[in-house]
Design a protein around this ligand. Sequence first.
Ligand code: UDP
Ligand code: MG
Length: 341
Amino acid sequence: MRSGLVSNGLAGQNEAISLVVPDVSVVVPVHNEVESLPHLLEAIASTLSATDLSYEIICVDDGSTDGSPRFLKEQAEIRNDLKAVILRRNYGQTAAMAAGFYYALGKAIVTLDADLQNDPADIPMLLAKLEEGYDLVSGWRKNRQDAALDRLLPSKIANWLIQRMTGVKIHDYGCSLKAYRTELVADMNLYGELHRFIPALAYIEGARITEMPVRHHARRFGRSKYGLGRTFRVLMDLLTISFMKKFLTRPMHVFGLLGLFSIVSGGLIGIYLTFVKFAFGEDIGNRPLLILAVLLLVTGVQLFCFGLLAELLMRTYHESQGRPIYRVREIVGKKGVGTSD
Ligand code: UDP
Ligand code: MG
């Protein structure tokens, strides 16, 4: 059943231009997964056509060098539930997902990996949870099928750290199988490898987030695109995110305060040394305290200026994109001005 026909509001004036909005868009980043793709499309389609939800599948080919783009293009020609977005080169999973979000029309978005490690059969369950009023439902690979030492251990540590630093209490950030309300990701800016931090970014935007255990399978075809090097990149991203969370709208509170503290303590030491020199006539030229005072004063001024610059940058960031510093969940009330009906 195709539901969700909306018109663009011009109906009645011109001929109605209506756009089919599917209930859900399934976004899949693809990099060299040609063997998995037929099984994947089949599994998504059979799961979702068994529900009464209308759906589209958006496969974003991220610069594959195997037959993936050709296969996707062929399939998109013959089936009407698939849109293939072929990127010019390999940009990374985050960029592929961002492209998928951009072209998704659905009211909800589900992301999953192309390698069949996530199970499309879990999609209806995540969507049902989303309907309960959440903005993001994240999968939790409770029974994860990856090598213990080089995958599970770093991932455990990373998840613990991310939980502590971002304040989002979910177990498994790395799981790609997630369901989102479309408006949540529509204006989310993703850079680098930030797709793992979408829950944290969503949390900054005030989203309601929950998690559900999902199935996880060992890779059947191809191999993982990541190695241990990812751990360090995740750590750097984590620093960026936790900084953004705390200080995005008020950098001066941090840098200004630190700067002020530094200037005041440097100043006090300076006054003390001046007093020692003039009241007691002692030589202060060789005292380590003098170096400390100078250092504190200089860094203090620097921190202060940095805070001011960060304020300017932050304003440009928000204003250039017309991004308000708040997010509205809903607005209740009738339209119209001054009428009683
Ligand atoms: N992927 C991508 N671009 C990349 C690397 C990976 O689109 O540069 C896709 C890949 O095809 C898969 C998903 O991202 O669908 C996750 O990759 P992978 O399975 O290698 O990660 P793992 O499951 O090992 O964490
Ligand atoms: Mg995988």
